[in-house]
Design a protein around this ligand. Structure first.
Ligand SMILES: CC(C)(COP(=O)(O)OP(=O)(O)OC[C@H]1O[C@@H](n2cnc3c(N)ncnc32)[C@H](O)[C@@H]1OP(=O)(O)O)[C@@H](O)C(=O)NCCC(=O)NCCS
Length: 177
């Protein structure tokens, strides 16, 4: 994966009905480390990182790169959306815009991920009109598969990688609403 390249970053915070999407700030560091250390979050993502490693390696302002949105509920980080460009990937995905998402377990089950991802995809369509977006998730990751379908991703293929079946989905490009 590589970052989005030439976009104006950070953008103005994006407000949805319940959430704000914004670039990361120093106050997100603890929640960011909690996200990366959570075994539950990483059930289908190859395992969590150790708190000691995270404490040592996480910068004062974590994950501040073009395409990394912090999802904020009432002033606190509840998740991260990662918009990148796929590099080493299946041929159908290489060079395409790529969506990823990680939410803290306490924020699951409220539709926050769907609300935030839809807004992030809207922003992305404004920056890269007409470009399709891909998404990869383990097919066993039921919540993620449901979210992908809700967001309009359709299956391209399933493949084996990282000792599990992976699902590659694509969402057709759309002009900015
Ligand atoms: C994948 C992940 C983001 C899904 O989170 P989620 O909260 O289940 O997703 P959604 O935002 O779509 O919320 C859906 C649930 O909220 C419920 N909900 C409650 N209030 C709602 C509302 N106002 N609007 C919409 N949905 C609502 C829905 O009914 C649904 O529940 P269900 O799953 O029991 O049917 C989350 O499980 C996660 O972070 N997992 C770890 C990271 C990961 O695996 N990422 C994938 C790799 S890219």
């Amino acid at each position: 994966m590589e970052d989005l390249g030439p976009v104006a970053w950070p953008p103005e915070p994006i407000r949805t009905e319940r959430l704000v999407l914004r670039a990361s700030e120093a106050r997100d560091r603890a929640a960011f480390m909690e996200l990366l250390a959570s075994p539950e979050v990483h059930t289908y993502l190859g395992g969590p990182q150790s708190p000691a490693d995270l404490e040592r390696e996480t910068p004062a302002v974590p994950a501040r790169w073009p395409g990394s949105f912090i999802v904020d509920l009432d002033g606190a980080m509840i998740g991260q959306i990662l918009l990148r460009r796929a590099t080493k990937h299946r041929p159908a995905a290489v060079g395409k815009l790529d969506l990823g998402y990680l939410f803290l377990p306490r924020a699951w089950g409220f539709g926050y991920a769907a609300e935030a991802c839809a807004a992030a995809l809207g922003w992305l369509a404004g920056e890269f009109p007409g470009e399709p977006v891909v998404l990869t998730t383990q097919s066993a990751n039921v919540g993620s598969m449901r979210l992908a379908a809700k967001l309009g991703f359709a299956e391209v293929e399933r493949f084996e990688a990282w000792e599990a079946e992976q699902w590659l989905g694509m969402r057709p490009g759309a002009a900015h609403a």
